[in-house]
Write a protein that binds this ligand. Structure first.
Ligand SMILES: NCC(=O)N[C@@H](Cc1c[nH]cn1)C(=O)O
Ligand SMILES: [Zn+2]
Ligand SMILES: [Zn+2]
Length: 474
């Protein structure tokens, strides 16, 4: 191992409590992009990152993206935080992307502890919203840079940072910004790296070479001008909720099969070559069952589970706005309801074609219901799928770095989730993108009791340093 890396590894171990306390500080900022009332916190988090980058000697820019309309209110979009550290023409340049917004979280959702107060558990878990998705990794890059400086080590690459605050809510404005900055702030990028994902298991590190996309839809069904008394109007009127539930029940069956005709026609055929990618993986169905503490898996064997998650589309029903969901019994007929669902997309699905299929199908099914209520279907946001080759030098650098830090070569996986901006980075910067996960498979991103293990967080910081070193040798 090189002297510099040895020093870095020791520094991380010697300063682990400081690094965990830094994570505590960022988790404490409830930067939830999906809740308009928390927008100022998202912006505060963006400013925190900008200030931190400046303290580290990086040049920074806050790219403002204008406003957003939410529920009839105009609120500012959080800025993209751009940073640049080093501009040595003899060094390779890496653009690092991450997001500083998080999913909503309330203790009442079922958390064991306050979601925005980091808890350092005895078993090594660092529990808090954003710990793994994506504050731990974003902070990890900065801590790695800081460690180099404190140790007086040369940073062997030039770094560009691009941190957004709307990833969990459709990445508004980011596509345009990257295209705009491809010849500006992000010019000269040789490689892009994203650490916004988790390992396939809990023991072995992995690299990710594919992501699903996501199209998010609303079905709005409107009826009378105000909510109605079900004793007076029940059985007398066409109810918006009845029509909506009827339509939503026709989108997907209980085994996860999407019922919208034509959707599977766009999916790339499974090849013999591809089947090799499913061999020898550490994944076990039982890991998911343990994670969920419940067995509701559709497939009996591991390959079918992974194929379904990685290379086939899925449709999930998320909720109904306007529906009564509180405890107790309310006897009201809601006047307007909005059904929410999303479709995870895969190669070779096309967003516009999918939108046409979905809209046409929902409208046809709504007609069949024969309701006097009205319906509108809209695609609220969409992010493209991404599929890459794990043989690219960027992946080789990532694999070597993982082997050096963990003493074991990584496995290769695709991801059922989405990082909507990945393909845009690849196309606009004309540079390969590596997804370098930090957290373990059981971190529960988006769920209750989200955590990152101290082991993954600290070794992740070492990994980032090893990756810079590997890139510098290319
Ligand atoms: N860590 C990546 C992640 O959680 N991505 C989100 C992004 C998204 C897609 N549609 C809405 N948000 C995910 O849900 O996969
Ligand atoms: Zn994320
Ligand atoms: Zn997320």
């Amino acid at each position: 191992m090189s002297d510099s890396l040895e020093k870095l590894y020791k520094y991380v171990e010697d300063n682990k409590q400081y690094m965990i306390d830094q994570l505590r500080e960022v988790v404490a900022i409830p930067s939830v992009s999906a809740e308009s009332g928390k927008r100022s916190e998202v912006i505060r988090m963006g400013h925190w990152l900008r200030d931190r980058l400046e303290k580290l000697g990086a040049k920074t820019k806050l790219a403002e993206l204008g406003n957003q309309e939410v529920d009839g209110k105009t609120i500012p979009l959080p800025p993209i935080v751009l940073g640049q550290y080093g501009s040595d023409p003899n060094k390779k340049t890496i653009t690092i992307y991450g997001h500083y917004d998080v999913q909503p979280a309330y203790k009442s959702d079922g958390w064991d502890t306050e979601p925005f107060t980091l808890v350092q558990a005895e078993d090594g878990r660092l529990i808090g919203r954003g710990a793994t998705d994506d504050k731990g990794p974003v902070l990890g890059w900065l801590l790695c840079l800081e460690a180099h400086q404190k140790l007086g080590l040369d940073v062997p690459v030039n770094l560009k940072f691009c941190f957004e605050g709307m990833e969990e809510s459709g990445s508004d404005g980011l596509d345009d910004l990257i295209v705009r900055e491809a010849d500006g702030w992000l010019k000269g990028t040789d490689f892009t790296c994203i650490s916004d994902d988790n390992w396939l298991g809990t023991e072995r590190p992995c690299l990710t070479y594919g992501l699903r996309g996501n199209n998010y839809y609303h079905i709005e069904v409107s009826g009378p001008s105000a909510d109605l008394h079900s004793g007076v109007f029940g059985g007398v009127v066409h109810e918006p909720m009845t029509a909506l539930i009827s339509v939503m029940s026709k989108l997907v069956d209980t085994n996860g099969k999407i019922l919208i005709p034509g959707v599977y026609d766009q999916v790339a055929k499974f090849t013999q070559e591809e089947s090799k990618h499913y061999e020898g993986l550490s994944f076990k169905n039982q890991d998911l069952i343990d994670d969920m503490k419940f067995d509701c898996l559709i497939y009996e064997n591991e390959t079918d589970t992974l194929k379904s998650c990685w290379r086939y589309p899925s449709l999930s029903l998320h909720g109904i706005e306007g529906a009564f969901y509180s405890p107790g019994c309310k006897t009201v007929i809601p006047s307007k309801v909005i059904g929410k669902f999303s479709i995870r997309t895969v190669p070779d699905m096309d967003i516009d074609t999918l939108n046409k299929l979905v809209t046409g199908y929902v409208e046809d099914e709504f007609k069949k219901v024969g309701s006097k209520c009205s319906v509108t279907v809209s695609c609220i946001h969409s992010g493209r799928w991404w599929y890459s080759s794990p043989n690219h030098p960027n992946f080789v650098a990532g694999a070597n770095a993982m082997t050096r830090v963990f003493g074991i070569a990584p496995e290769y996986k695709r991801e059922g989730g989405s990082i909507p901006i990945t393909l845009t980075f690849e196309e606009a910067l004309k540079a390969n993108v590596l997804i370098l996960p930090m957290g373990a498979a059981n971190d529960s991103p988006h769920s209750t009791n989200e955590k990152i293990d101290q082991f993954n967080f600290l070794n992740g910081i070492k990994l980032f340093g090893a990756y810079w070193d590997e890139i510098s040798k290319l």
